[in-house]
Design a protein around this ligand. Structure first.
Ligand SMILES: [Fe+2]
Ligand SMILES: [Fe+2]
Length: 203
């Protein structure tokens, strides 16, 4: 259902109760029509021809390759979605891209995959074997953490190895039904930033 009409205030101070009701209904209808998953898919698709910035493949191809490996390993839809969008904020933000990705997806995903998204940045450094500026042992402070093993596995087998220009990734179109069914539910309650802050992204 599309909500028509628009409010005419010039400052929020002047908005009326019916303005707020109109905007709320319009936003709700729009989110029912295009989920967070649809929006992120559109954003990822727009990066298809982006420069690779010196990498063997660009961020789009890396993202799709990572998600393809997750899918072919038989992992669940949540991890496929996480893989598809895990680096998307690198194209948008100079800030910690794992934390930004976690913020985008946290209402929809489990605590362990939220943690994985935030901390994959530290765990990935383990694979920067010949980069003298990387701290390969940034992940060590999480040894014993219940989510350590899955995050290390994600980085080793799905992420750090997904820069292969010859890898036969599945087309983005193949992920559309997975993303659609994952987000096909009422939006869960929003999680607050303090909840993510407790995860502490700094290495
Ligand atoms: Fe990353
Ligand atoms: Fe990555």
């Amino acid at each position: 259902m599309q909500v028509t009409g628009r409010a005419h205030f010039r400052a929020l101070d002047d908005a009326t109760p019916s303005d707020w009701a109109l905007m709320s209904a319009a936003e709700k209808a729009d989110r029912a029509r295009r989920t967070t998953g649809d929006r992120l898919l559109d954003l990822l698709a727009s990066m298809r021809d982006a420069d690779s910035l010196g990498c063997p493949i660009n961020l789009y191809a890396h993202s799709v390759q990572t998600a393809t490996r997750v899918l072919r390993a038989g992992e669940d839809d949540e991890l496929v979605v996480v893989a598809l969008f895990h680096d998307l904020p690198e194209a948008l933000s100079d800030n910690h891209h794992g934390l930004v990705a976690a913020e985008l997806l946290s209402p929809w995903i489990s605590e362990r995959r939220t943690w994985l998204l935030v901390q994959h940045v530290a765990f990935q450094q383990y694979h920067f074997v010949t980069d003298p500026s990387a701290d390969r042992h940034a992940r060590d402070r999480f040894i014993g953490h219940p989510f350590y093993a899955e995050t290390a596995h994600f980085c080793e087998f799905y992420d750090q190895n997904s820069f292969d220009a010859a890898y036969p990734s599945q087309p983005l179109q193949d992920f559309v039904p997975i993303v659609r069914r994952f987000f096909d539910r009422p939006r869960p309650a929003l999680k607050s930033l303090p909840g993510l802050n407790r995860i502490d992204p700094s290495p």
